[in-house]
Design a protein around this ligand. Sequence first.
Ligand code: AHR
Length: 490
Amino acid sequence: MAKFTVNTGDVVGRINPNIYGHFAEHLGSCIYDGVWVGEDSEIPNTNGIRNDVVAALKKMKPPVIRWPGGCFADDYHWEDGVGPRDSRPRRVNIHWGEVVESNQFGTQEFVQFCRLVGAEPYFVGNVGSGAVRELREWVEYCNFDGDSTLAQRRAADGSPEPLDVTYWGVGNENWGCGGHFSPEDYCAEFRRYASYVRGNVIACGPSGNDVEWTVRFFRKLRKDYQDFRNIHGFAAHYYCGTAGTATEYTVDQWYELITKGLRMEELVVQQRAAMDAYDPDRKIGLIVDEWGTWHPVEEGTNPRFLYQQNTLRDALVAATTLDIFNRHADKVVMANIAQTINVLQAMILTQGDKMVVTPTGCVYEMYAPHQDGMSVRTTVDSESLVVKGLNGDVDMDVISGSASVKGDTLFVTLTNAHAADAVKVIVSLLGGTRANGGTARVLTGEIHAHNTFDAPETVGPVPFEVEMKGSDFVIELPAASVAALEIALA
Ligand code: AHR
């Protein structure tokens, strides 16, 4: 029997809804065909944006969506994507298959998409091949509430009111496709760009858990600038990769990938410690604005389009990762899974007029009640498995989870990563609270289970009978499962 202890009296911090953010890049069919079909399409749409996708995303409640890249962002010039659509230039998307970018989907279209799904836009500026002036003018075009030429241009493009874009990224992966900067050189660029941006500025953090990038960036920031104003966050990227393929893997590879996903915990712990040394008052949040699984692309698809299927294994990676972010709610202010539609660990797959919600999309819908809750301390005591194939053996707890409180409701999410065995878990409430009933749902199936266009509802959350009464109750988690429990507190 495993034990999951929830101390409702020990608050970690408010779960920033933005932890449940997405990332949508001009890559493969994420934007074109995924979000945008154009007004003349036979696929039902609102001003060119797919209605089926909007309806599915609304259930997941993405609070923020990062755009237009990714590597694409450092080769994107925002003026290409505004004004009358029939006169927008056609450019080459040099990173993602050298396809022609028609610029039919630009600033106004993206903000409209965000408004339709209820998300805040997070724009990533071009540092690698752009200019400070370009980013400064993009901010003015979007946000200036007055009579400037750029604000008039925005109005002529259909938005008299400011677009109110809150989050501004200063480049993307500037250690790589965003210009191959050293941390010190990027820091200097960052300050220059950030000086002209009014809003919440987000700096490029490390590739994976590269602590050296973080230390060198913050050391220079403190020594040369001393000024940490308006830096909302520092953003790492971590892709846990694959084991086997998206849909074909052994039981060992099931465990291997989930364990690689769980390394996010180490990243968060070590990155926040490195940041604390320079920012002890924790004014700057930790962000992970690209993360997820990265499998070999599906056979027959363009290798540069990064299209992959998504199984229950991806759902377990998503759930355990979101639980990590919830448990570090006092430092993690945003996270953006890569990517929303048709690319990498997508929430949604489309094919012509068909659409499916993936197991990962189901997790986002199930976990939405955590948004804006107060994360409370949890501990887990469960069987641990020895996972091989990761440069040595790694112990992995089969059970993991997180908990948050909103008013009189406790929301608990739990995963059982065991591929074959159900696990009984005692949920034990500390802090003077007791459970007084509630509802639960579970996502489970055969370990390779996934949704296809022909069988779109193979995997999905179903009601889960659990007797939730008193300060301790037992729940039997099926093998390979994610559970969400909404518990009334007495
Ligand atoms: O998400 C795909 C790519 O992965 C992004 O464009 C880039 O930032 C990262 O390397």
